[in-house]
Design a protein around this ligand. Structure first.
Ligand code: PLP
Length: 400
């Protein structure tokens, strides 16, 4: 019989994928489920990017490439960091992998030893603590406060750092909250980090281009150049360019770390898909004006969701600055009884009862390390979001 490894036993399967699957199962039974669980834009990859991939196939760019990325893509990434973040890197400081997720894996595989601690502000993207645990590290999850927009404060960070802290992960705008760190927020965290040279910083900037209103994106190596030598600035094409299926993520940081990550990738996945790399070159170097219309659509949907969340008794959510998620605190419904008689004791109960009663799928906060709450993904049509609002409002009103 199969006996899982100790490493595997430490890992939980992805809760967001589990919710999406449950919604899919109900749909297969003919139930009209509205799934607000997905973590991908509902827009198509722009045509100029697809054309670049088709051209690459025709040119025969269909073989192994340099393991951590073709020179043309590294050049496009260097230009991107200079253009958007005023950060200077050389090709030897750039790593490309089959998605943002593998970039994170490669960085931790290259640097973590058993017992090394990684500080992860909660609510967090589900993958962080699991990858840390898979690789033998200790995930130190620090719960944040809704009053501070679910962002870690300088005091909370200072209290979490120990001599064993190896990394801090910063994700802005955040999955699952959509909240973004301002340059001032990062300045305060940088002041703490400067006192602890053993702590490296991994910034997950995946949602950099999906931002709203006055929010101005910032990343910590730009805000505090003295942290440049211990920051891995991570990004990718999945979300901004609607390229989740193409599998390209990238990062830039200190050469020794990048060399280590190349060693990991050379013995695991090898290079990311050659065709996708050419598509990513076109994405990064190409016209970005399509983002305006997409962000306008996301903003409209964000406001639609916030409008109904705020009308539900017991729910409260801060206004996200980016990404396509709203994280609603549901402390106000805990202890209430659903129409089917279930007492809602936690956010998992809330989400299950909501799915059963009204066929709306959202992901419970416990999956992201902060209870009680739930994540709503608004990467779906206005009509579905409006209908979801009708159902959730009806569900909350029926709680006693
Ligand atoms: N980082 C965050 C915060 C994400 O939300 C996601 C995707 O859900 C990723 C990284 C992973 O991106 P990729 O699909 O490129 O692996």
């Amino acid at each position: 019989t199969f006996e899982p490894s100790d490493a595997l036993k430490r890992v939980k399967p992805s809760a967001t994928l589990a919710v999406t699957q449950k919604a899919r199962d109900l749909k297969a039974k003919g139930i009209d489920v509205i799934s607000l669980g997905a973590g991908e834009p509902d827009f198509d990859t722009p045509d100029h990017i697809k054309e670049a991939a088709i051209d690459a196939i025709r040119r025969g760019e269909t073989k192994y490439t340099a393991v951590d990325g073709i020179a043309e893509l590294k050049t496009a990434i260097i230009k991107k960091f200079r253009r958007d973040n005023s950060l200077e890197y050389t090709a030897a400081q750039v790593h490309v992998a089959p998605g943002g997720k593998p970039v994170i894996f490669n960085a931790f595989a290259a640097s973590l030893n058993p017992g090394d601690e990684v500080i992860i502000p909660a609510p967090y993207w589900v993958t962080y603590p699991e990858v840390v645990r898979l690789l033998g590290g200790e995930a130190v999850c620090v719960k944040t406060d809704i009053g501070n927009g679910f962002k870690i404060t300088a005091d909370e960070l200072a209290a979490a750092i120990t001599p064993k802290t190896r990394w801090l992960i910063l994700n802005s705008p955040s999955n699952p909250t959509g909240m973004g760190y301002s340059a001032e927020d990062l300045r305060a965290l940088a002041d703490v980090l400067l006192k602890h040279p053993q702590v490296w910083i991994m910034t997950d900037d995946m949602y950099e281009h999906i931002v709203y209103g006055d929010y101005k994106f910032a990343t910590i190596a730009e805000v505090e150049p003295r942290l440049y030598d211990r920051t891995l600035t991570m990004n990718g094409v999945s979300k901004a360019y609607s390229m989740t299926g193409w599998r390209i993520g990238y990062a830039a940081g200190p050469v020794e770390l990048i060399n280590g990550m190349r060693k990991v990738i050379s013995q695991t996945t090898s290079n990311p898909c050659s065709i996708s790399q050419w598509a990513a070159v076109a994405a990064l170097n190409g016209d970005h004006s399509f983002l305006d219309a997409r962000n306008a659509a996301f903003l409209r949907r964000r406001d639609l969701v916030l409008d109904w969340v705020n009308q539900c008794e017991g729910l409260v959510a801060p206004t996200p600055e980016g990404a396509f998620y709203v994280f609603a605190d549901c402390a106000g419904v805990i202890g209430k009884t659903a129409p089917n008689g279930t007492v809602i004791e936690n956010d998992n109960d809330f989400c299950s009862a909501l799915l059963d009663a009204e066929a709306v799928a959202v992901v419970p906060g416990i999956a992201f390390g902060l209870e009680p709450g739930f994540r709503i993904s608004y990467a779906t049509s206005d009509d579905l979001l409006k209908e979801a609002g009708v159902r959730i409002k009806r569900f909350c009103a029926a709680l006693t």
